[in-house]
Design a protein around this ligand. Sequence first.
Ligand SMILES: Cc1cc2nc3c(=O)[nH]c(=O)nc-3n(C[C@H](O)[C@H](O)[C@H](O)COP(=O)(O)O)c2cc1C
Length: 332
Amino acid sequence: MKLPSLKIGNLTANIPLIQGGMSIRVSTSALAAPVASCGGVGVIGGSAIPTEELQEDIIKAKQEATDGIIAVNIMFAMKNFYNLVMASIDAGVDMIVTGAGFSRDIFKIGREHNVPIAMIVSSPSLAKLAEKLGASAVIVESKEAGGHLGTDKPLREIFPAIRDVVKNIPLIAAGGITNGYEMAEMMDKYGADGVQIASRFVLSEECDVDDNFKQAYLNAQKGDIVLTTSPVGLPGRAIANKFVKAMAEGVDMTSKKCKHFCLKKCDHHYCISDRLMSARNGDLEEGLFFSGENTYKMKSILPVAEIFRQFIEQAESVYKEGIGFSPLTNKA
Ligand SMILES: Cc1cc2nc3c(=O)[nH]c(=O)nc-3n(C[C@H](O)[C@H](O)[C@H](O)COP(=O)(O)O)c2cc1C
């Protein structure tokens, strides 16, 4: 059966698939535009890049996308969070996704500018609060996700409790989804209105990272994908390499001089901006390669259109509609 479209505020994505935002410069317009053209939500990672660069990239993505929605992901942990939000709105972004902290003011800004806000949460209380304050969608992110984590619980454990409290806006499942069967499972069995997927898109031809980054994903075995610490103050999921192992062993990586002034609160035990950029540029030993827990299951680099084709074909082969319980699609 055909997958339903995903309505977020005044926007509609024909395919209920959001490509997770990935900073720094992992998800740029090069990835977001083809995702949107396939009918999904293409998300530019908007944290820790200059506002002018972000604006140019949003404009580029909007020009190149033939369909879908172009969004930006901005972490609330960023010092210049509101600048990045306003710059994105000025550049004409369709939607804003935010997480890594909780902004109460963002919803008012969204309302004033008619830009839907999607909030990433990992608990029923924050999900409820986001809906009450005016979120247009809630994204439930679990411990299987890549990057910073707000929970140590798996998706299938935390999702139902959040589904119970979010009544009138779309609820999206994120963390560890690698194929269309899992997408259909989250929608059919758990009542998700859509899914957010990131790691699968690192392994796309269009993802604009060094080939070494993709190779690190392809080479990763289950045991190589580990939890590490971040100066943001949250745990992060990444691929174990020389840098991650040295940190685990307590080697002093303290960044002596702060070049970026990027985070509201930074414990300086290393410079996350430098490490993420090193990964993006392919430094296999010293970079920080954020990765979802199930990356080891994916063994191919494909064009974005082929990833969509496979997800849709797999999901629609098992999607039944009526088993799940999303109030938005009036199921069960
Ligand atoms: C390389 C990488 C960078 C990420 N950067 C961000 C980010 O800047 N902001 C954010 O909210 N989430 C970030 N995430 C989380 C993703 O947007 C997404 O929710 C999550 O990875 C989904 O799980 P999956 O990768 O298993 O599909 C990142 C994930 C990865 C793999």
